[in-house]
Design a protein. Structure first.
Length: 407
């Protein structure tokens, strides 16, 4: 395919994913806020749980929520579902476009597990299906009677799944698979539980029957799960820009801490929406989590001999390394993509516009090279060009000796 057309297809999928995600997140945040702000009062219609008055766009809105459903159904209902479906479909299309078509570059790391492209794709798709099945099983178990315990077990499941992904896929691929799993859980909650339950309620009312109140409770529980998962998923969506997150030795633990951070921030706002005192401790948790993430990203193995794919970032070459030597390493290992005309199939422009095909360009991007190829092993992707430990040590020495200087 024409490389220009291919690039625009990728841009279009990404844009669609962002647009759909904004719509879905916006409606989720709004309705959780609305639900939390409802106040009961005398005189409300039978079956109403509360009401809320809002002002926006020069007008006033009077919202009333029914615990199960109103006694008489309106002629028209607005269903909030297409945002969720469009977000997942565009996200899965992006997963195919980037990680399945580019499996050897982004999803597979032979030093983690030697996989054929079809094997990696099969494991990826199977993991999403199996992952939702396990989550759904937890929600249908006795744990569902306690939101707290269900949340703890759900969190543990996501962390365990992320750790397993790190044993199968490349660091970047493992991080993205964790996000894809959480996103699949969210979309499947809408498609498999929330919307079907709402349809059953409507069908009961149309027959003149009293709807099962458990349908609403189950839908609300799944909806709140989606609301709390949102912020961690958004981070994973943009995580490919942050090698210190996905490329760290303990990247699965970093994601676990980021989930706690996102949930804490979301809980702060959800509590505020109820008109309760601001839970100040959630910001302390978020702050501590941020410090933990920084600390974890600086953790490296003690002995590089234990794993030839990793090394302590502090380990440097004994002899001084000049710009010319450093440039030779970077150009030979990175210029397949980071050049004006990339030669790797499927890569048509230098990632992030970073060109590393001259010594001066290497010197200019010294900080980025250090983070991506020395402190973490995010680059080259999946170490596809087999940059050696000795080469990383030499780059570390070059950076330590003042890489920004002309040497």
């Amino acid at each position: 395919m024409d490389p220009i057309v291919w690039e625009w297809i990728g841009a279009g999928i990404r844009w669609l994913h962002v647009i759909a995600g904004i719509a879905w997140i916006g409606s989720s945040f709004y309705f959780v806020h609305l639900d939390s702000s409802l106040k009961p009062r005398a005189g409300l219609p039978e079956g109403a749980a509360g009401e809320a008055w809002q002002v926006h766009g020069g007008g006033f809105y009077h919202m009333v929520k029914f615990l199960v459903a109103p006694s008489n159904m309106p002629d028209e209902l607005t269903w909030f579902k297409w945002e969720a479906y469009a977000t997942w479909l565009s996200g899965f299309a992006l997963l195919i476009f980037v990680y399945y078509f580019g499996a050897q570059l982004y999803l597979i790391d032979a030093q983690v597990m030697a996989l054929q492209t079809w094997e990696a794709i099969a494991i990826s798709v199977g993991s999403l299906v199996l992952g939702y099945g396990i989550y759904d099983g937890l929600c249908r178990s006795q744990l569902s009677k306690s939101d707290g315990w269900l949340a703890i077990f759900g969190f543990g499941f996501v962390v365990l799944a992320t750790w397993i992904f790190t044993l199968i896929f490349s660091p970047r691929g493992a991080f993205m698979m964790a996000g894809a799993l959480m996103g699949t859980v969210m979309a499947a909650n809408v498609f498999m539980v929330i919307i079907p339950n709402q349809r059953r309620v409507v069908a009961s009312l149309m027959k003149g029957e009293k709807p099962d109140p458990s349908l609403g409770r189950t839908g609300k529980q799944r909806s709140m799960h989606n609301n709390y998962i949102t912020l961690p998923v958004v981070f994973v969506m943009i995580a490919n820009h942050y090698p210190l997150a996905y490329g760290a030795v303990l990247n699965w633990l970093i994601l676990a801490v980021l989930i706690v951070m996102g949930v804490s921030i979301r809980h702060f706002f959800n509590t505020m929406h109820k008109g309760l005192p601001a839970p100040w401790w959630t910001w302390w948790i978020a702050g501590v989590c941020a410090l933990i993430v920084v600390a974890i990203s600086r953790v490296t193995p003690i002995d590089p001999a234990e794993d030839a794919a990793l090394m302590p970032a502090a380990a440097v070459a004994e002899a001084p390394v000049g710009l010319a030597d450093a440039a030779d390493i970077v150009i030979s290992r990175c210029s397949m993509c980071h050049t004006a005309e990339p030669v790797w199939e499927g890569v048509h422009v230098a990632p992030k516009g970073v060109v590393l095909d001259t010594p001066e360009a290497v010197r200019k991007h010294a900080d980025q090279i250090f983070v991506a190829s020395v402190w973490t092993h995010a680059m080259p992707p999946s170490n596809i060009t087999e940059m050696t430990i000795d080469e990383r040590r030499r780059l570390a020495r070059w950076f330590q000796d003042g890489a920004a200087a002309v040497n």
